[in-house]
Structure formats: structure tokens, C-alpha cells
Design a protein around this ligand. Structure first.
Ligand SMILES: [Zn+2]
Ligand SMILES: [Zn+2]
Length: 223
């Protein structure tokens, strides 16, 4: 899969919006997505929404709420002109769960986020009265700016900000995988899995915003 820049992803979303957003709602809808121009979570949701409009009717997202998040997966509610819809979103994909008033039916999703059942979810979130707006992830200091896990959680495998517990370098580029496995190349997925096992045993270094936020992403750059 080709990796698109944020600009390319926005361009793609704007193109989809031409077919999806009612004309008179366009200016506001564009302004809204621009607030999340470098948020990989929101961009993934926007692309899904504007590719497959939930009711197959013209519509536009007007607000985005974060109901829950865990290990880089976000439970988001997109409020639109027509309704409010639930999505579970990672940096890789967004999955549509249905209108919020129907709650969540998927048992796996419910237990992942710690809800007893559908009623428990509805009791907490049906009205959105206490919902907090989704903060663009690049502004949320406690989230990994690349894979979006929270402080204290392990990065998603492959995140370039994960540090190596053996050498302290970047785990996707250091050579510890070879020394640990006693080989000079890794050809098989199974070898990569063996390395991940060793890594778990050694103890992965969880995300910590104080020493793992690249300086170009902090406010210092603006000073
Ligand atoms: Zn990360
Ligand atoms: Zn290393």
C-alpha cells in the first residue's frame, strides 16, 4: 500500500466531498476537515465517511467526538447534518458501527472498551451531552503523534517512535533484531514473530511524551 502524505490524503477527501456534501454546506464542511489536516485518525474516518455515506444520501460531518480510546483505537462519533454515527478508528482503518442512538451491537468492541453491554454504552453516551470533542491527535500531548497510542501504552508494531530496549535506538531501524536472532537477514514472517516474542520478553518501551516526541512536533519549533 502506498503511503500518502497528509496533503494527498486531504486532497482525496476533498475530491470525495465534491460528490457527497450539499453545496450550501461545503464551506463549513471544508473548514471542519482542515482543523484535522494532520490528524491520521480523523483523516481515516473522513475518508471512510465520504466514501460510503452512511445513509447513501448527501451529508457532511459537522462535529467529531471522542467517546473512548485504547491502544491506538478510537471510538469516535461523527455528527453530521442527518444524524450521529459511531466509528472505531485506528491510523490504518475506520469501521462504521451505525447510528449512535442504536448503540454498539458488536460484543468484541463493547468488551474492548470496557462496556458491560449495549445498554451500558447507551446509558453513558446516548445523548452526547458529556461527549468531548476529538482533539486533533497531533495536538494531544499524551498521544504518540505517529501511532496514536496514549502515554504508558506500547506503540503499535512498526511505529517509528518505538525505542529499542536493547540499544535505545529506533526499533524499526536498529540492528538488534539480527543480533537477537543470531542471523544476518530476516526473510520469513515467522522470524519477525520470534523477534517480537523476544521483544515482549525483554519488555517493550511504552510511549512517553517526554523523551519520545520528536522536537519538530513540539511548540519549540514556533518559538
Ligand atoms: Zn507510536
Ligand atoms: Zn536496538
Amino acid at each position: 500500500m502506498a503511503i500518502l502524505t497528509y496533503d494527498e490524503r486531504l486532497k482525496e477527501i476533498r475530491l470525495l466531498m465534491q460528490y457527497a456534501v450539499p453545496k450550501k454546506a461545503m464551506a463549513k464542511a471544508e473548514k471542519f476537515i482542515n482543523r484535522y489536516a494532520t490528524d491520521p485518525i480523523a483523516l481515516t474516518l473522513f475518508k471512510e465517511f465520504y466514501s460510503y455515506l452512511p445513509e447513501a444520501k448527501d451529508d457532511a460531518i459537522t462535529a467529531l467526538y471522542c467517546l473512548d480510546r485504547k491502544r491506538g483505537a478510537f471510538l469516535l462519533c461523527a455528527t453530521t447534518i442527518l444524524d450521529s454515527y459511531l466509528y472505531i478508528v485506528t491510523t490504518e482503518k475506520a469501521e462504521f458501527l451505525g447510528p449512535i442512538k442504536e448503540g454498539i451491537w458488536d460484543e468484541e468492541v463493547l468488551s474492548f472498551f470496557g462496556y458491560k453491554d449495549r445498554d451500558d454504552f447507551l446509558k453513558r453516551h446516548e445523548t452526547l451531552a458529556e461527549a468531548v470533542e476529538h482533539t486533533p491527535t497531533h495536538l494531544a500531548q499524551d498521544l504518540c503523534p505517529i501511532c496514536s497510542v496514549a502515554e504508558g501504552e506500547n506503540h503499535i508494531s512498526g511505529c517509528p517512535l518505538e525505542l529499542c530496549p536493547w540499544c535505545g535506538g529506533q526499533i524499526i531501524t536498529c540492528t538488534c533484531r539480527f543480533t537477537q536472532l543470531g542471523t544476518d537477514r530476516i526473510n520469513e514472517e515467522s522470524e519477525l514473530d520470534s523477534f517480537l516474542d523476544l521483544l515482549e520478553k525483554k519488555g517493550r518501551i511504552p510511549y512517553n511524551p517526554r523523551d519520545q516526541r520528536p522536537s519538530y512536533l513540539t511548540e519549540d519549533v514556533l518559538k
